[in-house]
Design a binder for this molecule. Structure first.
Ligand SMILES: *Cc1c(COP(=O)(O)O)cnc(C)c1O
Length: 206
């Protein structure tokens, strides 16, 4: 038996008082499990892999899900996914922006992924390149920049806190609407720094 009901209640309780959208990072759950979660009131689902998202969307055509692509997107996969999603959380290159603009038929809500902590292993635009990047993507009418996204640093609360705080400052500086930050281990910190979208996976299945 799944603990979905209990976990959804716990998550809802923990975000009380915050105007935040919970995106269930559904890579750990099947289409049927997404259906169960949907029945419990979860409407936003995020996949980090193109093929998984397409499969699940295909299986769930009869319910209304808001689909987020939360992981890195290769340009060669843009064509098949880009008109199937409502939000994209990992815009991280101009080449990708250009390709999205070519294939998307109407403006897409996009978060620019920022590598705030300058971790070598991470995707994302570096802070000092953000002004140019934001100016360049303005050329693309199918890209609607709704905000910024980042990932915390695993097992490092101080660096994660710093990253979320900085992302919030950048959002204000650029006059953007939203922040996508916070996962199972760090979403409470993200809420403190004004997250608008949190992407939670494991906490649904614990
Ligand atoms: C899996 C995933 C999450 C959720 O991570 P959890 O630690 O399971 O909450 C969030 N964002 C992205 C991009 C992911 O791939």
């Amino acid at each position: 038996m799944s603990n979905f009901k209990k976990n959804v209640d716990l998550i809802n309780e923990s975000i009380k008082g915050h105007a935040v959208t919970v995106v269930c990072a559904s890579k750990y759950v099947s289409s049927d499990e997404i259906r169960e979660l949907h029945n419990l009131g979860v409407k936003h689902f995020g996949e980090n892999r193109v093929d998984a998202l397409l499969d699940k969307k295909e299986n769930l055509q009869d319910i209304s899900v808001i689909w987020h692509l939360i992981g890195t997107l290769q340009t060669n996969k843009v064509k098949k996914i880009i008109n199937e999603i409502d939000y994209f959380h990992a815009l991280d290159s101009l080449k990708l922006a250009k390709t999205i603009n070519n294939y998307r038929t109407k403006p897409l809500n996009c978060f620019i992924e920022v590598n705030v902590l300058k971790e070598e292993s991470k995707h994302g635009i570096e802070t000092e390149d953000l002004t140019d990047f934001i100016n360049e993507v303005k050329k693309y009418d199918k890209i609607k920049v709704v905000g910024l996204m980042t990932m915390g640093k695993q097992n490092d609360i101080d660096q994660t806190t710093l990253a979320f705080k900085k992302l919030n400052e950048l959002k204000t500086f650029y006059g953007l609407e939203s922040l996508s930050m916070g996962m199972t281990d760090d979403y409470l910190i993200a809420l403190t720094y004004g997250a608008d979208f949190i992407r939670i996976g494991r906490k649904f299945i614990l």
